[in-house]
Design a protein around this ligand. Structure first.
Ligand code: TRP
Length: 329
């Protein structure tokens, strides 16, 4: 039996942090043996909010370099840049026109959140259409499973709806994708606010530990991280800040959260935080070293061959789609 296919992506905007690594990339590395994996750098999604062109280019390479340094193996998995495969824009347009309805789109909560600051009037049409582009990403590759964060589930649901609707009208064309979400409670939260997900666009840099932070930054940020009242190092829902720090520790040390509790019985928050900071540093230093050893040219070589592979799959699917909607091939 051939392997199931997974597809996921990250936007090249903001600073990738340990939440992105522990919540997404680390899992992808573990999944790539079991699944035929496609990992995308979604630059077309990134431009739905203003980006500086030079920084966007830099970040695009940086995300791919992070994939590689984290252990995504380009011999095994496909890594590519979304804008290198034209089919993403083409399928987005076709889905926009023949399957996506205003009624579906008006329910999208991420658009509501993201457009709130400046008001819907000022939001771009691209930001509104973001979920359809994402549906296209997924459907182009007959993706069976999409590993995503909880905040993206609604978008994958939309992809399912659009696939079903298209199949119903034009005959079996798209695989209706499943998704899996990291268990609730394992999501990495902000260091300055454990009620909200760690965010690469957070206002304060004390919200996250960037994958680029140096050892001193890490120590400072962990020292400043909010903690709960009490003394003991316990993993409990009523201690969300501590729970988050224990999750980070457990994931980086590859031990269970119970083992973290055991390790710190009788110790104080300060001891735990010091040890956590050193655990983060012990991960980041070699990670950053691996990154520094991968040149831009190496990254681009991987991305170009990834685009070729992805492009072949996508092109085939587009032929079928175009034929079905009545375009001349
Ligand atoms: N919207 C996703 C996020 O912000 C990124 C993304 C774009 C994606 N296309 C995708 C994720 C396709 C999974 C599958 O996290």
């Amino acid at each position: 039996m051939s392997k199931q296919r997974i597809f996921s992506g990250i936007q090249p905007s903001g600073n990738l942090h340990i939440g992105n690594y522990l919540g997404a990339i680390k899992n992808w590395v573990a999944l790539q043996d079991q699944y035929e994996s496609i990992f995308c750098v979604v630059d077309m999604h990134a431009i739905t909010v203003p980006q500086d062109p030079e920084i966007l280019r830099k970040k695009t390479i940086e995300i791919a370099r992070i994939y590689l340094a984290a252990g995504i193996d380009p011999a095994q998995s496909t890594i590519f840049i979304q804008s290198h495969v034209k089919a993403h824009a083409e399928l987005c347009w076709i889905l926009n026109s023949v399957t996506a309805r205003m009624g579906d789109m008006e329910k999208m909560t991420q658009f509501k959140d993201k457009s709130q600051k400046e008001g819907t009037e000022r939001a771009t049409v691209g930001l509104f259409d973001y979920p359809v582009l994402m549906a296209g990403d997924i459907l182009l590759y007959d993706t069976q499973t999409v590993p995503v964060g909880q905040d993206q589930v609604q978008h994958v649901e939309l992809a399912r709806t659009l696939a079903r609707r298209f199949n119903k009208r034009f005959g079996e064309t798209f695989v209706v994708p499943e998704y899996f979400v990291k268990e609730e409670g394992k999501m990495i939260m902000g260091l300055d606010n454990p009620e909200k997900k760690m965010s690469k666009s957070a206002a304060s840099e004390y919200n996250y530990i960037s994958l680029m932070d140096n050892a001193d930054d890490v120590r400072k940020k962990i020292r400043k991280a909010v903690t709960d009242s009490g003394e003991e190092i316990v993993y409990r829902d009523d201690k969300p800040a501590l729970k988050n720090l224990i999750n980070i520790y457990a994931l980086l040390a590859n031990i269970s959260t119970q083992d973290v509790e055991k390790k710190f019985v009788g110790k104080r928050y300060g001891d735990f935080k010091n040890d956590l900071a050193e655990t983060v540093v012990a991960f980041l230093v070699p990670f950053q070293k691996r990154m520094s050893e991968i040149s831009d040219e190496d990254v681009l070589t991987v991305l170009r061959s990834g685009a070729k592979r992805a492009g072949e799959i996508a092109e085939k699917k587009m032929q079928e789609v175009k034929e079905k909607v009545g375009f001349i091939i």
